[in-house]
Design a protein around this ligand. Structure first.
Ligand SMILES: [Zn+2]
Length: 452
């Protein structure tokens, strides 16, 4: 058998461990993992890790970022599949809006992609969830916060959405913060004259997150809907998720690189640049997040990448006026490798599981993405664990105009990235063209069942 491409001499990382083997590719898919494979093209891994292309479950191609620029940033970070949050306006039909964006994104992206579609009309939720699923959009997003922006759902709306999604085999992503309390505490803080990042963080205390997390999990006891909790940050949320998992509830839990890398105290000098929701927490929470990642209480890491020009983010001296979100898709892998794997907090196979295999498996891309198993798309990353990096304001690439981690040094660099067997990034330079990424239509899951 002759392969189109053979990657020689790499250390292949999968969720079950690391194996030294060749990777054989035919027609853009992994065709063999073995020894002595021969092919038309030959790529020498030179002892580097060969990771499955990362599947980032949480990307926002908004603010400064377009589909094109977000995919540039993604590839620099070894991400080959991006799951974008799509926000149809309230008067739009979500299916039509999503299908229009499939065309826009497919024309300019360099990563394969899918959408989590925010529901914008909860009166017609059930019909719309089913219609989205029919078109291969099998994950939707709901916010329990952001009442001021008109996107907050009430508990009854959330329950109705969970029921409809459960019937349609759709996964519901939930931003879990008590929106009424966020609003109230923010107003209180501002009336006292609060303006700093520290005061913003203090206006969204942990119990606001924990309250919402616990409310969703309670609903799952009567509705068996696969529910994906985005960006968890603190010990008490992890305890609630651990208990729900023990009870057999279909919950999937995510955290983000910034919660694993920074504390509120460490970020204070960054001001508005480090404004995101939920906020950064303390040392004890950061340690617990790493532990939960290793233990399987957390399932995935999503970048929650949201890029702004620094001047936009810092336009006002009042942090409460700044937009929400931080960049991070391009630095996620090297930083989590350096601060997680090299320090012994987590094994590389578990890190790759959380960054690629599990997000693919839980979001409708099993057997296609997030793994180097035979039959999967040949999306892979050559990752040099010994190469050193120093981050600066350009390290987030795309239109991420600053980094939370400027000046940080470490080891572990993305050397090359391949998408479906074709080079997308070599020696830090993009080599694929805009439009080389494809939309991934996904099949609805079989309805989950409630534990006995
Ligand atoms: Zn987000």
């Amino acid at each position: 058998m002759s392969y189109d491409l053979v990657v020689h001499g790499g250390r292949l990382v999968g969720r079950d461990g690391v194996v030294e083997a060749d990777l054989g590719v035919v027609d853009g898919r992994v065709a063999a993992v073995g020894h002595g494979l021969e092919g038309t093209r030959r790529l020498a891994a030179g002892g580097a890790y060969v990771l499955p292309g990362l599947v980032d479950p949480h990307v926002h191609p908004i603010h400064a970022e377009t589909y094109a620029s977000a995919s540039d940033a993604a590839l620099h970070g070894g991400v080959t599949t991006t799951l974008h949050h799509l926000y149809p306006p309230s008067d739009a039909d979500p299916v039509e809006f999503a299908e229009a964006h499939v065309l826009v994104a497919a024309a300019e992206t360099r990563t394969d992609f899918a959408f989590h579609v925010r529901l914008n009309d909860l009166q017609r939720t059930a019909r719309r969830i089913a219609a989205l699923a029919d078109h291969g959009h099998v994950s939707v997003k709901l916010f329990m916060a952001y009442g001021a922006r008109g996107i907050m759902v009430a508990d009854d709306e959330l329950l109705a959405a969970l029921r409809a999604a459960s019937d349609a085999g759709v996964t519901v992503l939930v931003h879990a913060e008590n929106g009424h309390m966020c609003h109230h505490l923010e107003r209180e803080a501002r009336s006292r004259g609060a303006r700093s990042l520290r005061e913003y963080y203090a206006s969204r205390p942990r119990w606001i997150e924990v309250d919402a997390v616990e409310r969703v999990l309670r609903m799952l006891r009567s509705v068996p809907c696969p529910t994906y909790l985005v960006h968890l940050t603190c010990v008490e949320s992890l305890e609630a998720v651990a208990a729900a998992k023990l009870a057999g509830l279909p919950v999937i839990a995510e955290t983000c690189p910034h919660y694993l890398l920074l504390t509120a105290d460490e970020a204070a000098p960054l001001g508005a640049r480090a404004k995101m929701a939920p906020p950064l927490r303390g040392e004890r929470d950061r340690d617990a997040l790493w532990h939960a990642l290793r233990a399987g209480i957390l399932d995935t890491v999503g970048s929650d990448h949201s890029a702004f020009a620094r001047s936009d983010k810092e336009a006002s001296a009042d942090v409460f006026e700044a937009g929400f979100g931080v960049p991070g898709i391009a630095t996620m892998l090297p930083l989590l490798f350096d601060r997680g794997v090299r320090t012994g907090r987590i094994g590389i196979e578990r890190l790759v599981d959380c960054l690629a295999t599990t997000p693919a498996r839980r979001l409708g891309l099993a057997g296609r993405k997030g793994s180097l198993a035979v039959g999967c798309d040949a999306d892979f990353v050559l990752f040099d664990p010994a190469a050193t990096f120093t981050l600066d304001a350009t390290s987030e690439h795309g239109n991420g105009y600053y980094s939370l981690y400027e000046g940080w040094t470490g080891r572990g660099c993305v050397r090359a990235v391949y998408l479906r067997g074709r080079p997308a990034l070599e020696d830090g330079r993009l080599v694929s063209s805009p439009g080389s990424g494809q939309f991934l239509r996904r099949a609805a899951a079989r309805a989950a069942s409630l534990p006995a």
